[in-house]
Write a new protein. Sequence first.
Length: 386
Amino acid sequence: MDLTWTDAEEAFRADARTWLVDHLAEWHDRFDGDIRSGDTRDGFAQHLVWERMLFDDRWAVVSWPEAYGGRDASLWEWLIFEEEYYRSGGPQRVTQNGIFLLAPSIFEFGTEEQQNGILRRMAAGDDLWCQGWSEPNAGSDLASLRSRATKVDGGWRLNGQKTWTTRGAFCTHLFGLFRSDPESERHKGLTYLLVPLDLDGVTVRGFSRLDGDEGFAEVFFEDAFLPDEVAYGSPVLGGVDGGWGVAMATTSSERGLTLRSPGRFMATADRLLELWKERGGPAQLRDRVVDAWLRAEAYRVQTLQTVTNTIEGRPAGAETSLVKLWWSELDVELHELALDLLGEDAELDGPWVKGWQFSLSGPIYAGTNEVQRNIAAERVLGLPRR
Ligand SMILES: Cc1cc2nc3c(=O)[nH]c(=O)nc-3n(C[C@H](O)[C@H](O)[C@H](O)COP(=O)(O)OP(=O)(O)OC[C@H]3O[C@@H](n4cnc5c(N)ncnc54)[C@H](O)[C@@H]3O)c2cc1C
């Protein structure tokens, strides 16, 4: 494997770096440096301003076609952009559930009308998408979901409840799984629907997370009528009753590549190293810092392998479960180490504490780590189910 970047890739990196440094400063200045969390209503609005700055200069979705606001960049360049993004201290992407989770499935399964109607508006932050999969009694066991889509004249009647919908209270659209065939069971008879949240009969109720931010919502559907024809054509992605296959493609993106690029963890590992240099500590802590930094670097190299495989036509399968274990456990470790280094000063350090609180959710979202271990055991290692 050749781990060097070409001149063109280095030039792309330099462009990205310069743009990010200049524009992040401009964005911070706009709000006098008082940037709130993107999981609060005010902070979300501030982050949308940032998203539109990215979009205007075609940095929002670099690997997408130009027609949708991208640069037709290669996956390598996307990785480079991500490295520079997190290195420069770029903020959380409040459009992430759309651009990183839904979009890959729209590219794969969407009709031309859906692609044209959805992607550019998503990249520009005009339409804001949230993920409506989990329900009060269907999380890990997603196939037991009970929200229903009933076919009626000219559309669908939606009933049921979704929960843990990230930033749902601030979004305009939801991509969700609904049971469309009441006679079917489990993975069969589910339909993947693209739902505008302003339909009559849809209620979105925000609620707070552990850290107090209103980052979650419950979404209630009470006989909501979803027409067969919406602004982007059909609201059905991938065929009636064919939702499970589309959903599994989405989870592959979520766990494997698009949601958590290594740039994010390398930047945290580098900040941890700086903290170590500033504060020092016992040898045992030093060894843990080195070990965590190496695991972040190893994750980066492993991702280069994943990208190579993807480009050569070998998309990731069940092994994305191992990738998910890797990044989520690494993130907890990096933040725990920072808190150990800070000692009692940790209480005063907002960013590390906030980062640590969020890292604790990594082993839960995108499929819990216990379930990922089951998948890895059965489908990667070939161990028996019992
Ligand atoms: C920060 C965050 C953001 C999220 N955002 C979204 C979102 O935008 N949209 C959305 O739809 N959902 C979202 N979720 C929900 C997430 O997908 C679920 O929390 C997750 O799937 C687990 O489901 P659950 O919470 O119902 O837990 P349960 O499935 O009830 O699991 C409870 C415990 O039992 C364990 N367990 C369950 N089944 C097994 C098994 N077969 N073997 C071993 N152990 C098992 C689990 O690992 C867990 O420890 C988010 C969650 C978090 C934390």
